[in-house]
Each structure stands twice: as C-alpha cells, then as structure tokens.
Design a binder for this molecule. Structure first.
Ligand SMILES: Cc1cc2nc3c(=O)[nH]c(=O)nc-3n(C[C@H](O)[C@H](O)[C@H](O)COP(=O)(O)O)c2cc1C
Length: 361
C-alpha cells in the first residue's frame, strides 16, 4: 500500500491500524532547534481522543504520545521525529462475526477488492484512529506556524441541518472548547447536542459541516499551478475519512453570485493592500492574499450505525442483514475539528517552507 506520506518539505508518514499494537507518525523536514515536548503534542491529541463525552465513541484511549526520536534536550535535531501512541482499549470481538461482511459506508469493500487482505478489526488502516497520528504531526506544524503568529481555529458550524449563527473571532476562541460539539454559537450547540443524543438512541448517526480559519497567514503561500494553496487544502481535507466536500471562501455559493458580488475589492487598510470582503477565502490564483484562509468541510453521517442494514458476505457471496455492534461516534464532526486543523497546519507549514525557497527578498 503506497501513499502514506503527505507533504513536500515538511513530510509526514503515518502508520498503524486501529486495533494493532500502536499507531504513529514520522515527521521529516522539521527545522532544528524547535522547542518540542510531549506535552505540546499531548494537548492536541487530548482534543481528538475518544471517550471524552457521551457524544463520542465509548472507546476510552488515553492516547498518550511518546516521542521516540528527533528531539534532544527538548529541541528538535532536524532528524526524523518519530511519535507513537499505543492502542490500549481494543475490543475486536464485535468485528469477528462480521469480518467478511462489507459494512455500508465503510472501506471494507474497496480495501478487500484492491488488496485482497485487510485488518478488519475496527476498520484497520481506514479507521478514524489513524488521524491521531496526523494530529500529533499537526501539533508540530502548529508550533512552527505560531512562531510566525499564524493561528488555526476550527469549529463546527452545522450538524444535522442545525446551523450555527456567525460569531466574531474572539467569541469563537472563547466558546469553542466550552461545549462537547465544538460550536461557538452556544444556543445552536445545545440543539446539536440534543440531536446527536436523539439519533444515537435511535441507533443512527448524523453529519455536519466543520469550518477551519487560518489567521494572519502572510501573502504568498501556495504554488501557482498544480500545487495551488486551495488545491493542497482540498487534498489534505478530503483525505480525512468521512469528508465528502470542501469549500474555500464563498465555496459553492460563488456559483450563485454575480461578479460584482463575488469580487473582493482592494482597499488600503493601515497602510497595507487589503480587501473589503473575503469571498475568495484568502486565496487568489492559488496563492494566499493575506486575508484569513477559510475552509469548510462536509462530514457525512457516521457509517457505523446499529440500525439493521442490508449488505453482502464477500466470502460466501450472499446477501445478509447486518447489525453493527461496537463503539462508534454518532457524529464525527466534533472530533474532526482538531484533525482538520492539523491538516490545514501541515499544508501551511509546507507552503511556508516552499515560500522561503522562492525569492531572496
Ligand atoms: C476522527 C474520526 C473518527 C471516526 N470515527 C468513526 C466511527 O466511529 N465510525 C465510523 O463508521 N466511521 C468513523 N470515521 C469515518 C471512517 O473512518 C470513514 O467514513 C471510512 O473509513 C470510509 O471512508 P470515507 O467516508 O472517507 O469514504 C471516523 C473518522 C474520523 C476522522
């Protein structure tokens, strides 16, 4: 299986399966002398880990990170940074019974057809657990970006048709980690929580929309042709399991706007060229404008539902009725927030490193 590596200069390789011994990541291309501790990474992993509220899977993983290499005396060496998280709370028994059955909405069918072998326990390599490794790498990327004052904020803006009202950046920062759904509109958050509990009780699941905003991104990140910043972001965000759509700025609404409504007029603000609006989502011609980079992702309802479903036993080649046991998130959106932030951070740090090789002044 190829393609477990992401990035050009800041390169990240994730490894591991959901119910294997451990999962981890190797980060290559990190500059030297960055102060880095396990606590820096742990903080981000704690935001993603399962079992922290009744809205997430009951799988209880401490997700304690161990840095195995690349750091000496609390600073990065420039050598590959290897990080490991043990899989401890593993219960593979519910997967034995259905190991040959293709769970609807999951990667079982395609992995089986493509590779002829797969670790069927807990979704194996296709599991959302792989994203813990991305979050660990993203923590390093975020640290580098923070040194350049770039901040990345993710939040849930819609769940099951309940739409959050827009809030200012300060309110977003204060509110987002105050509630289990990670929505900055606290009234909408309450309704979203109630809906998730309701669908969970009915053995079902629900999807939604997560927004990631990168603030204080300098002008010039992104390459002009195939590696446009928006193309890189779309690739990064679509690579997260359960993501079915990506929008940048006005996104799909741009298709319904006139040029006069869509164009962001240039102005001079505090002595710098800026724009009046930000329908472009901070990107023009694949290159960052200096305005906030705004991305939204559509997250599908969790595939693993306990309601009976029709499927096929791929070994016996017969249709079966499937009831999925095991522990699953009734809505993935809250846990995708730190994952999406990590992927945006990985893209921006890589673009940053490419930018400094572009011109002398
Ligand atoms: C953080 C995270 C947690 C996830 N948890 C679950 C889960 O509990 N149950 C499930 O069916 N899918 C879960 N997924 C989504 C599946 O991994 C994904 O839907 C599946 O691999 C099929 O891929 P696709 O939806 O991208 O086509 C999770 C994804 C992420 C990013």
């Amino acid at each position: 299986m190829s393609d477990n590596t992401f990035g050009n200069i800041f390169r990240v390789t994730t490894w591991g399966e959901s119910h294997g011994e451990a999962i981890g990541v190797v980060v290559d291309g990190c500059p030297t002398e960055l102060e880095l501790s396990e606590a820096d990474v742990q903080h981000e992993l704690d935001r993603r880990k399962p079992g922290v509220s009744e809205l997430t899977t009951e799988r209880k993983e401490e997700d304690e990170v161990k840095i195995l290499s690349g750091v000496f005396d609390g600073k990065t060496l420039g050598t590959p940074i290897s990080m490991l998280v043990w899989n401890k709370d593993v219960d593979s028994s519910p997967y034995e019974r259905i190991k040959n059955v293709a769970r609807p909405g999951q990667a079982d069918f395609t992995y089986q057809m493509k590779y002829g072998i797969r670790d069927y326990r807990g979704g194996g390599r296709a599991s959302g657990r792989e994203t813990a490794a991305r979050v660990a790498a993203g923590a390093i990327a975020k640290k580098i970006l923070a040194m350049h004052d770039i901040q990345i904020l993710g939040h849930v803006v819609e769940i099951g048709g309940i739409i959050a009202k827009e809030v200012g950046i300060e309110e977003l920062k204060t509110n987002v980690d105050k509630n289990a759904v990670r929505c900055a509109d606290l009234e909408a958050a309450g309704k979203m929580e109630a809906l998730i509990k309701q669908v969970k009780a009915a053995g079902d699941s629900v999807g939604g929309i997560v927004e990631v905003i990168a603030l204080d991104v300098p002008t010039g990140l992104g390459e002009p042709v195939f590696d446009k910043l928006d193309a890189e972001l779309a690739n990064a965000l679509m690579s997260i399991g359960a993501v079915k759509g990506v929008e940048i700025g006005a996104g799909f609404a741009a298709a319904r706007m006139k040029g006069s409504e869509m164009n962001d007029e240039f102005i001079i603000k505090e002595g710098r060229i800026s724009t009046r609006t930000n329908n472009a989502g901070g990107i023009l011609g694949g290159i960052s404008t200096g305005a906030p980079v705004v991305c939204r992702i559509a997250v599908k309802p969790t595939a693993s539902i306990s309601k009976p479903q029709r499927s096929v036993d791929m070994a016996k080649m017969e249709e079966v009725e499937l009831e999925i046991e095991g522990r699953h998130d009734p809505c993935i959106c809250p846990r995708i927030v730190p994952v999406a932030e990590a992927m945006v951070a990985l893209v921006l740090v890589d673009c940053w490193m490419r930018l400094i090789t572009t011109r002398l002044h």
